[in-house]
Structures are given as C-alpha cells and as structure tokens.
Write a protein that binds this ligand. Sequence first.
Ligand code: AMP
Ligand code: MN
Ligand code: MN
Length: 321
Amino acid sequence: MKIKLPEILKNAETVAIAGHVRPDGDCVGSCVGLYLYIKKVFPEIQADVYLEEIPESFCFLKGTDEIRHSCEQDKSYDLFLALDSGDTGRLGEAVKYFDTAKRTVCIDHHISNVGYAGENFIKPDASSTSELIYEILEDDRITEEIAEALYMGIAHDTGVFQYSCTSSRTMQIAGRLMDKGIPFSDILDKTYFEKSYLQHQILGRALLESIRVMDGRCIISGLRKRDISFYGVTPKDMDGISAQLRNTEGVEVAIFLYESDVQEYKVSMRSKSFVDVRKVAQFFGGGGHVRAAGCTMQGSMHDVVNNLTKEIAKQMPEEKA
Ligand code: AMP
Ligand code: MN
Ligand code: MN
C-alpha cells in the first residue's frame, strides 16, 4: 500500500480503532498491533480500541487488557479506523463512534467491502488486514509485541500459510516479523492449533453428523440449539469447524451452520478451488472472501440448507452421470 500511517493519522488527536463482531485472530491482531504502534510512535495521540470479548488464548498479546468492550460512553473521535470489517453492520456497537467521528478510514481485505468509510484502503488479494497494517508501518519501529499481534493475525487468516490468499509477500512479511524475535511456534500452538476438550468434542460431533450432497462435492453439518447447550459451547468454540469439513476428500464446498436464535442460523462456508462462496453469502445478506464467507439466515435448518445448496449448485459443473 502506498499510503502510510502518518498520512492516515493527519491532524487526529483522538482515534478509535475497531474491528468486527465475534473478533477473530486477524481482527484482534490488526487492531492491537496498530494500537500498540500508535501508542509507541505517536504517544501524543489518544487511541482507544473497541472490540467484543476476545478469546482467552489471545490475551497474552500486550495491550489486550486495554481493549474497551463497552460503547456506552458518548464520545466523538477525530478519526475512526475500521479494520477487517466488510460492512458497517460488522462493526457491532462501535458503529456509534463511526457515525459520529470527524473522519473515517477503513482498512480491509474483504472482497465484499463496498468502501463505506470516508477513505478506504481495501485490498481483496491481501492475506489479512494484519498484512495491510504491516504495509502502512515502518518496519524498524515495529517492536516484538507489535510483531506478535500482526504475525498472529496473518497466520490465522491464512490457515497458517496454507490458503490460496498466502502470497510470497505474505511470507516475506511473516519472515520480517519473525526477525523481531517472536515466539512464533508458541503463538501458533496456543492461539491456533490447541483446542479445548469441549471444542474437540463439538468438532467431532459436527464431523460425525455431516452429510454429503452434489456427488460428494458439498459437505454440510449443522448444530441445533439443544446440541449447543448440551455441550455448553459458545460461537467461538465452533470456529474452525467449516475449515475442517473442507478438508474432506472430494469436497469443493463445506457448510457449517448453527442455530444462533430461534429459527435463525449462522452459516459459515469454505471452498477449495472454484466456488465463490462470498457470492453465495452475499446473496443471503452476508459477505466475506471468495474461499471463506458467512451469513445469517432465517428459517428451519432444512430450509436454510435447501436455499444454500440451490445457490451453490449454480456454480457446480454438471454432476457425473
Ligand atoms: P466465518 O465463516 O464466520 O469464519 O467467516 C468467514 C469470513 O466471512 C470472514 O472473513 C467473515 O468476516 C465473513 N463473514 C462471516 N459472516 C459474515 C456476515 N454475516 N456478514 C459479512 N461477512 C461475514
Ligand atoms: Mn476477520
Ligand atoms: Mn481478516
């Protein structure tokens, strides 16, 4: 990115940084990394980070104890920075500060982002928002703590450098961040690979009950409220299930859905090589990336799955006879 942070911050004395609801690794990594950098390099600026509750495993990052989880205070910021959020709905309660800020800037990599802020820096081919944040900073002013946050964000959104969004630039940046002396394998173990017993149980249940349609090219698994409360899991515990389903041999699209409210399902989709799941998610009011997208849909599980598969089938080549 040609734009650098000083230009983005021009004349701002107060800055709000916010990411999306149900914050993931990239969302937390980019927000916290940028926050720590501003605090260190521009100490005269008053910066606040607004995020919903974050997973316990991310709390080792410096600055996470300063994250604001409540938006009750009435404040008007000089600048609002929206990170990793494809639309204003994804900002959750923090949208209030977006609406009242003097200037708004969005830095994001969602292809579904229409450019809702005053200034928009959207790069759909970037691996992660954390990668874009690295690009606007000066490398030699990035400390180990900042590097930990950005590395975590990049690693999470690339499935640890596995997905097709990983570029050689992504690897270069990850290498530069490793050069800061971060405990990278620890970060990956603690924040990405390690799951609680409960998370593994619910993953096992979802895999066990999955079904395949479209000649085995689409795999679907869903959990109802009663299953979720039986295991006592939260939405965060179900992250990664759709990615695991996608790893099934012969599968192009994986759908994981769970009942988030009465007759309401949160849908998470992943694809392997040709189906644009963002297009499907957007059709139902959601968004995301070409290979990872999500939406929230109303109706019975049966109806939701029917509607989804109908849209996905439009992108599938003819089934073999
Ligand atoms: P998930 O399947 O929830 O991990 O989300 C995959 C991708 O789609 C992420 O980049 C999300 O930001 C995006 N996404 C998920 N749900 C929605 C939604 N309801 N609206 C817009 N984007 C979404
Ligand atoms: Mn995200
Ligand atoms: Mn992201």
